[in-house]
Design a binder for this molecule. Structure first.
Ligand code: B12
Length: 474
């Protein structure tokens, strides 16, 4: 069977003029995970439109497309193209789960929720000639005994971070703006791999650097602690995401640091408690953000702070107030978002009920455009403020002021290198991407991540020395 797997890009990413680095970071892990259920005899072509132009002159038997809200229009056009050719088209992912009735018009089969349980069922039905129109993820989901991800289908040289990995699904929290509750509805919404299987997956990854894309890597403290203990001595350096409260909790951060954690993505979202409460961001309520940042920095771990602008309590001063605070806290990098009510989230339901949704042009639901009527700002003020926050946070003067808040010169240099590296050399990134040389930037990233410590801190590099998997089962 000839199988075509596609991750369509959002319109902006296809610009012929400029290629932002963010779209050449991570490979399509979800599709490579699904490919593992195909037979060895199946011919598989996995294409990611964020990093390569799609070839559409082929004639696959089965087409598999991952659909995000911002690539929905593109995905439907691709699906129509291949259905017209007679291929069986499967659509799945976040947007299909949110709006299955919209997607089904462009597919032979749709999937809602995570695919590890439903996809193999479909393949069995398809091969026996009886594919269903729709498969929903079952109530009880698991990622135990997953077949090894088909990473050989990924063109590693086109990515700066080819070693992306997820060892869990979902998150234990219920922020009203997040995709999670809508995507995992109807079943367990936070579950992990077995530690031995997660470690085996890490063992299969070449090199030193890893990036955990889990929504909350520290979401299950027992699992996380066992994972980090199992990673000690592997000589890895890694990045991931976690919540404020989990980073304030004793011991777990120490274990993560000893295993190689050197930068963490944290959803601070907003500095206003009422906004956080209204967004059900309970895990941040009453937490001492500054204490958490000091604790993480004391461990030599850098912070990528994530913020959401446009909450009901936000006024025109929110942008400068947030940026000033982040610089004062010596935050290395920041990711800003315009609050975006995604269909089928609690936030969307509230905004629609209040008649505050502006349109359904899904291309613009990219967290860079205002798609709802804010309370304390005009839509234009919100968009302008978003761009102003980025411009101000990543000004050279801001980077240097923020870095100068570090305790040692070494930390300050690392801070400035990391922050400027991402945002002040976009022309160079563009060139590296065009020349298909972006993967050569990875050793530079590793050096900066390890800038605060010598390799000695991480024990031996290369071959693992840890105990056999059986002794650390979660
Ligand atoms: C890595 C990543 C990226 C990468 C790569 C994307 C990819 N899929 O590989 C890049 C940089 C391209 C990217 C871009 C963007 N991203 Co992004 N990204 C992520 C991230 C952190 C991890 C994705 C991942 O690898 N997950 C792990 C794998 C195993 O799961 P998966 O890919 O979801 O696939 C599974 C299921 O979805 C399902 N499935 C998916 N497709 C299909 C198809 C079929 C047929 C079947 C059966 C099953 C199935 O089964 C898979 C296995 O379980 C997610 C966070 C998240 N939790 O999803 C955010 C996330 C998806 N991104 C987000 C956003 C907002 C964006 C951007 C709009 C940002 C921007 N302004 O540029 C763009 C949009 C891109 C587009 N094409 O439209 C939001 C989406 C919110 C929403 N409701 O849509 C998320 C959820 C982050 C967040 N918490 O808000 N992103």
């Amino acid at each position: 069977m000839r199988v075509k797997m596609i991750l369509p890009a959002l319109t902006e990413a296809i610009s012929p003029l400029f290629r932002p680095i963010k779209y050449s970071l991570f490979p399509p892990l979800g599709l490579a995970t699904l490919a593992a259920y195909l037979d060895d005899g199946d011919e598989v072509d996995l294409q990611d439109e964020h990093v390569e132009p799609l070839r559409l002159d082929d004639e696959p038997d089965l087409v598999v497309i991952q659909v995000y809200i911002t690539s929905a229009r593109r995905a439907y056009a691709l699906a129509d193209h291949y259905r017209h050719q007679g291929a069986h088209v499967c659509l799945g992912g976040l947007h299909v789960t949110s709006l299955p009735d919209e997607a089904v018009a462009h597919a032979d089969t749709i999937f809602t929720g995570p695919g590890e349980d439903s996809w193999p069922l479909f393949l069995r039905d398809f091969k026996s000639g009886h594919p269903q129109l729709r498969y929903d993820a079952p109530g009880r989901r698991t990622i135990h005994r997953l077949p090894p991800i088909r990473r050989e289908l990924i063109k590693r040289h086109l990515y700066m971070v080819p070693n992306s990995i997820v060892v869990s699904r979902g998150c234990p929290y219920h922020c009203d703006f997040c995709y999670k509750d809508a995507f995992f509805q109807g079943g367990n919404a936070f579950y992990t791999q077995r530690v031995d299987e997660a470690l085996a997956e890490i063992d299969r990854l070449p090199g030193k650097h890893l990036y955990f894309l889990d929504d909350h890597l520290l979401g299950d403290p027992k699992f996380a602690a066992a994972l980090f203990e199992g990673m000690r001595g592997m000589g890895r350096v890694f990045q991931g995401a976690a919540t404020v409260n989990s980073l304030l909790a004793p011991n777990l951060l120490e274990k993560a640091q000893a295993a190689g954690l050197r930068s963490i993505f944290v959803g601070f979202e907003n500095l206003d408690q009422t906004n956080l409460r209204r967004s059900s961001k309970t895990q941040n309520l009453g937490r001492d953000y500054a204490a958490m940042i000091r604790r993480v920095h004391d461990k030599g771990v850098m912070i990528n702070g994530s913020f959401v602008f446009g909450m009901d309590g936000d006024g025109p001063d929110v942008f400068d107030r947030t940026v000033d605070w982040a610089i004062e806290q010596s935050m290395e990098t920041a990711t800003f978002h315009i609050m975006t009510p995604y269909p089928s989230t609690a936030l969307y339901t509230r905004m629609a009920a209040e008649g505050r949704m502006l349109h359904q042009d899904w291309d613009l639901y990219d967290t860079r455009h205002t798609v709802f009527q804010p309370k304390g700002l005009t839509p234009g003020q919100l968009e302008a403020g978003y761009w102003h926050a980025y411009e101000r946070f990543y000004r050279w003067s801001s980077i240097l002021r923020s870095a100068s808040n570090k305790e040692t010169v070494r930390q300050a240099v690392r801070h400035a290198a990391y922050s400027a590296g991402w945002k002040k050399f976009e022309g160079l990134w563009n060139l590296l991407i065009r020349l298909k040389q972006v993967s050569h930037a990875l050793p530079v990233l590793e050096t900066v991540l390890l800038g605060n410590d010598g390799a000695a801190d991480l024990g031996s590099t290369g071959a693992t020395r840890r105990e056999s998997p059986a002794q650390i089962v979660h």
